[in-house]
Design a protein around this ligand. Structure first.
Ligand code: SF4
Length: 252
């Protein structure tokens, strides 16, 4: 079975220092006076430029969580809360051999499962979520991961972020935009949203990003956040969005 894995080589961002030519749009000054105003950064022309630059740097990135089917992706996404994808992938290697089906997770020994997933942190809560979601999948969805946002949100431990990962990556269904810590940070820096609540950020992004780009755009922002636009010290000199970025904490 084929594993989906991000192509890190091809996703390497274009490098090379450029002279900063960024300017705060005049509209930003007026929009900042009204809290509810649409950010100046969401100007359609600018959004198109951002998408183009992301396509250039990350043409074919996808989810970094290794999986062989939608169910494994669901479980790995639950495990990835407050944990790195690398660590989850390490745990997953043996986890899905020991528990190959939803039934195996649903009727697992909770104490044993806790130990199996302990390295991912928050293992007690994650065990409850994984066993609860698996039971529901077995009892109510015929052992298959459901394919709608509404149904996915009925599973224990599954909120919009996890549901969007599963729908987008496993089924190619664009129901929303994954908003994780990277997407939150970059949406702010790129002035695509001035909200801090993930649901509101997702709503803002869904308004300005064309639906056909929702799935790829999430992955692109996540990869850009991991590789270049770091939380503490963004590598702006290496960023191909630098000319159109006017984040306050830019490093060039
Ligand atoms: S803050 Fe720096 S690294 Fe992040 S998008 Fe702007 S220019 Fe790029």
């Amino acid at each position: 079975m084929k594993k989906l894995k991000a192509k890190t080589k091809s996703s390497k961002p274009k490098t090379g220092k450029r002279k900063s030519t960024s300017r705060k749009p005049a509209a930003q000054a007026s929009s900042s006076r009204t809290a509810q105003a649409k950010p100046a950064g969401t100007n359609p022309q600018r959004v198109r430029a951002i998408l183009q630059k992301l396509d250039e740097a990350y043409p074919d990135v996808t989810c970094a969580l290794e999986h062989e089917n939608p169910f494994q992706l669901l479980i790995s996404t639950i495990l990835s809360a407050q944990c790195t994808d690398v660590r989850v992938n390490q745990v997953a290697k043996t986890l899905y051999v020991k528990y190959p089906t939803p039934k195996d997770f649903a009727y697992a020994n909770p104490k044993e499962l806790e130990e199996d997933i302990r390295p991912t942190g928050f293992f007690r809560n994650k065990t409850k979520s994984i066993m609860g979601a698996s039971k529901k999948i077995v009892d109510e969805f015929g052992g298959e991961v459901p394919r709608t946002m509404e149904q996915l949100l009925t599973l224990p431990g599954v909120a919009r972020k996890t549901a969007n990962v599963v729908l987008g990556t496993a089924f190619g269904i664009a129901s929303g935009i994954v908003v994780d810590t990277h997407v939150m940070r970059l949406s702010k820096r790129l002035d695509l949203s001035r909200n801090t609540d993930p649901k509101k950020i997702e709503r803002d992004l869904m308004e300005v990003i064309p639906r056909e780009k929702w799935i790829l755009f999430s992955h692109q922002l996540i990869w850009h956040g991991r590789k270049v636009c770091h939380a503490r010290k963004p590598r702006c000199a290496e960023c191909n969005l630098e000319r159109i970025c006017y984040a306050k904490d830019k490093t060039v």
